[in-house]
Design a protein around this ligand. Structure first.
Ligand SMILES: NC(=O)c1ccc[n+]([C@@H]2O[C@H](COP(=O)([O-])OP(=O)(O)OC[C@H]3O[C@@H](n4cnc5c(N)ncnc54)[C@H](OP(=O)(O)O)[C@@H]3O)[C@@H](O)[C@H]2O)c1
Length: 229
């Protein structure tokens, strides 16, 4: 059996897809990739198991979790995001953000908890954003603000509450992480100049690879620096 099993949620494209590709090159690493639709191209690769789940569909998350017995590291990467203003956001749109970016990740953690508890590593990495940093958002003029920032701020609090509930008694390490400004479908909405996807994924995996129990509840940047809440 591989010495480390990592599940990446949201691996169809962008940062998640690159994380899966880079992980699959590592020795002793077994990768589980989740996508919304079956991903034949990923399933063909040797050490990648594929599952399907939609963050907005709890039944699909429960079904996917029933197919996975053990995980060392859970990386929740999937999200929606766009450049919108809060005052012009409808209740329905805000609920979409909260459903996919906040409730979805929490439901994933709840569903995959038995698989995480089946191993000793017990790492939960939640891909968040500096848009979710209260301090960084005051007076912010660039990047995604509005409802996306509201959802990522709530997601950071999910990470802190999961730390409180899982770190001390159950030995978990829970960290939110900003991937940087990255040239994906989402990142390119803000124009040119974002970093290449492989650079971000490499940084994220370097930080994940060095995580220890004492690092829980730190808000990480992709380069390993610590961000303000
Ligand atoms: N790119 C940046 O500059 C940047 C900056 C800060 C934070 N982030 C964060 O980094 C993470 C990855 O972003 P990205 O730039 O790689 O975005 P992306 O290219 O837009 O990819 C988004 C991923 O999330 C999946 N997804 C969306 N809605 C989903 C749902 N309901 N259920 C399951 N999966 C769903 C997508 O799957 P489908 O293909 O099925 O839609 C896709 O795999 C996100 O958490 C994002 O907020 C990105």
């Amino acid at each position: 059996m591989a010495s480390n099993i990592t599940l990446v949620v949201g691996a169809s494209r962008g940062i998640g897809r690159e994380l899966v590709h880079q992980l699959s090159q590592q020795a002793n690493q077994q990768v589980i990739a989740s996508t919304r639709k079956p991903a034949a191209d990923l399933a063909d690769l040797d050490n990648i198991q594929t599952i399907t789940l939609d963050l907005a569909d709890p039944a699909s998350i429960a079904q996917a979790a029933s197919e996975v017995a053990e995980i060392d590291t859970l990386i929740i990467n999937a999200a929606i995001g766009d450049n919108e203003q809060l005052l012009s956001t409808s209740a329905a749109r805000l609920n979409d953000y909260l459903s996919v970016n906040v409730t979805g990740p929490l439901t994933v953690v709840q569903a995959f908890l038995p698989a995480l508890k089946a191993r000793k590593t017990r790492q939960i990495v939640i891909i968040s954003s500096t848009s979710g940093s209260m301090q960084t958002q005051i007076g912010a003029k660039r990047g995604f603000m509005g409802p996306y920032a509201v959802s990522k701020g709530a997601l950071n609090m999910v990470a802190i509450q999961l730390h409180n509930e899982l770190h001390y008694d159950e030995g978990f390490t829970v960290v939110p992480m900003h991937p940087g400004w990255v040239a994906t479908d989402m990142g390119n909405v803000c124009g040119p100049g974002a970093m290449p996807i492989p650079t971000s994924a490499e940084g994220i995996l370097r930080v994940v690879g060095g995580l220890t129990y004492a690092d829980s509840a730190k808000f990480y940047n992709w380069d390993g620096s610590i961000l303000p809440w």
